[in-house]
Design a binder for this molecule. Structure first.
Ligand SMILES: NC(=O)C1=CN([C@@H]2O[C@H](COP(=O)(O)OP(=O)(O)OC[C@H]3O[C@@H](n4cnc5c(N)ncnc54)[C@H](OP(=O)(O)O)[C@@H]3O)[C@@H](O)[C@H]2O)C=CC1
Ligand SMILES: O=CCCC(=O)O
Length: 378
C-alpha cells in the first residue's frame, strides 16, 4: 500500500459525518456577534445572548465552575446535584434550585449535565425523576459529561423521544480552564440546538467544534484523552526516573527531550490512526490537541503532513531509533526499566525495516499502519 493513500484508502470507509464540521473560537464568535445586530435575543447581565432559562445538573469539579460562569455572565440558572450541599455556593451566586433533574428540565429551556461517567449520565437523563421526564418539544438537553458513543446515543434517543433536542458536548480542558471559561467543546447532535446554545458555550469555553452525528463528539473526546493519557504516563515516568536515579543533569538535557519526543510521536500516531478508523477527521484531532493541555509545537508542525503521509526529513527516523537504543542502554546500565520507551523503540525498528530510515521520524506512523493492516487481514 503506497503510504500516501493510507488515510483515504487503506482503512474501511469511515462514516463521513464530519464533513460538515464547524469550528468556532470565542474570538471569532465575539467578532461575529459584534458585527451582527444585537436585537435577536435576550441579553443576560454579562451580555450573553440567549433566550430562556438554563438548567445545570452535576456540580462537581467541572460542573460547579461551568455553572458559576453562566451565573456570573447574567444567565438565569437552576441547579441540581445529587449531594445537595454542593449547590450552596451556586445558590449564593444567585442560582435557583430544583430537587430533581426532571424538575430542573421542566422549569428550564435548556439543561446541561456534567456527570461522572456513563452510568450516572444515563441515570440522571433517563432514570426515575431523570431529566427526560421533564423535557418536552422546544426544550434542549446538552450532555457535557465524558461518556462512550453508545451511551450518548442511548441518552439522545430517550431525550428526543420526548420531542426535545439533544446535543452531546464533552469538553477538553480541566478545572482551571473550566474556572477561566476556556474549555473546548466537542459537540455533535442537533445542529439547531448547537446554534441556540452557542452563546452559552462561549461563556464556558474558548472554542467549539460541531462534529456531526451523536457519537462523534464522544469519540473525539476519547481519542484526545487517549493521547493525553499516554503522555501523562510518560511524564510521570520521567519524573520518577530523574528522582530515582539521581540523573538530573543527564535526564534533563538528554533523556527527557529524547524520550518525550519519541513517545509523544507514537501516542500521537496512535491517536491519528484511531480517529480516522472511527470516522473522525484526523485534521480535526490535530486542531483540538493543538488547543488543549497537551498542545505542543510538534503536533501542529508534523500533524498535517502526517495526515497526508508525507515525511520530509527534519529529524531522520534512523537517528531517533539510534538515540532510543542508546537511551535504553543507558537505562540498562543503572538497572532501570523504561517500558514505554522500549515499546516505542520496537515501532521505530519496525519503521526502519519498512525502509523509512531516511524519512522524518514522524514516519513511525507507517509502522502502526502496517500493524493495523496485518491485524485486519488476520
Ligand atoms: N476533572 C477534569 O479535569 C475533567 C473531567 N471531565 C469529565 O467531566 C465529568 C465530570 O468530571 P468532574 O467534575 O471532574 O467529576 P466529579 O467527580 O467532581 O463530579 C461528578 C459529578 O457527577 C455526580 N454523580 C456521580 N454519580 C452520580 C449518580 N449516580 N447520580 C447522580 N449524580 C452523580 C456527582 O455528584 P455528587 O456531588 O453527589 O458526587 C458530581 O456532581 C466526567 O465525565 C469527567 O470525565 C472532562 C474534562 C476534564
Ligand atoms: O478529561 C479530562 C481532560 C483534561 C484536559 O483536557 O486537560
Amino acid at each position: 500500500m503506497p503510504a500516501a493513500a493510507f488515510f483515504s484508502a487503506a482503512l474501511p470507509p469511515p462514516s463521513r459525518t464530519l464533513s460538515r464540521r464547524l469550528v468556532v473560537s470565542r474570538a471569532a464568535a465575539a467578532a461575529a456577534s459584534a458585527s451582527a445586530s444585537s436585537s435577536s435575543g435576550w441579553q443576560g447581565g454579562g451580555g450573553v445572548e440567549f433566550q430562556g432559562k438554563v438548567g445545570f445538573l452535576g456540580l462537581g469539579i467541572m460542573g460547579a465552575p461551568m455553572a458559576s460562569n453562566l451565573i456570573k455572565a447574567g444567565c438565569d440558572v437552576t441547579v441540581w446535584n445529587r449531594t445537595k450541599s454542593k449547590c450552596d455556593p451556586l445558590l449564593s451566586l444567585g442560582a435557583k434550585y430544583e430537587p430533581t433533574p426532571a424538575q430542573v428540565a421542566s422549569s428550564c429551556d435548556v439543561t446541561f449535565a456534567m456527570l461522572a461517567d456513563p452510568q450516572s449520565a444515563a441515570e440522571v437523563a433517563c432514570g426515575s425523576s431523570g431529566a427526560a421526564e421533564g423535557l418536552a418539544p422546544g426544550k434542549g438537553y446538552v450532555d457535557v459529561s465524558t461518556v462512550d458513543g453508545a451511551t450518548s446515543k442511548l441518552i439522545g434517543e430517550r431525550i428526543t423521544s420526548t420531542g426535545a433536542s439533544f446535543l452531546e458536548a464533552p469538553v477538553s480542558g480541566s478545572k482551571k480552564p473550566a474556572e477561566d471559561g476556556l474549555l473546548i467543546f466537542l459537540t455533535a447532535g442537533d445542529e439547531s440546538l448547537y446554534k441556540r446554545v452557542a452563546p452559552l458555550l462561549d461563556v464556558m469555553g474558548k472554542s467549539r467544534f460541531y462534529l456531526g452525528d451523536v457519537g462523534n463528539g464522544a469519540a473525539m473526546k476519547l481519542v484526545v484523552n487517549m493521547v493525553m493519557g499516554r503522555w501523562h504516563k510518560i511524564i510521570r515516568y520521567l519524573v520518577h526516573f530523574k528522582f530515582e536515579q539521581n540523573l538530573w543533569m543527564l535526564s534533563l538535557n538528554v533523556l527527557v527531550p529524547l524520550v518525550k519526543y519519541c513517545s509523544m510521536m507514537v501516542s500521537f500516531s496512535e491517536g491519528l490512526l484511531l480517529s480516522e478508523k472511527v470516522g473522525l477527521d484526523p485534521n480535526t484531532l490535530v486542531e483540538v490537541i493543538s488547543q488543549g493541555a497537551i498542545s505542543a509545537p510538534m503536533f501542529s508542525l508534523k500533524g498535517p503532513s502526517m495526515v497526508k503521509a508525507a515525511y520530509p526529513p527534519a529529524f531522520p527516523l534512523k537517528h531517533q531509533q539510534k538515540d532510543l537504543r542508546l537511551a535504553l542502554a543507558l537505562a540498562e546500565s543503572v538497572s532501570q526499566s523504561i517500558p514505554t520507551v522500549a515499546a516505542a523503540n520496537e515501532l521505530y525498528k519496525a519503521a526502519k525495516s519498512l525502509g523509512l530510515s531516511d524519512h522524518d521520524f514522524s514516519a513511525v506512523i507507517e509502522a502502526l499502519k502496517a500493524k493495523v493492516q496485518s491485524q485486519s487481514s488476520q
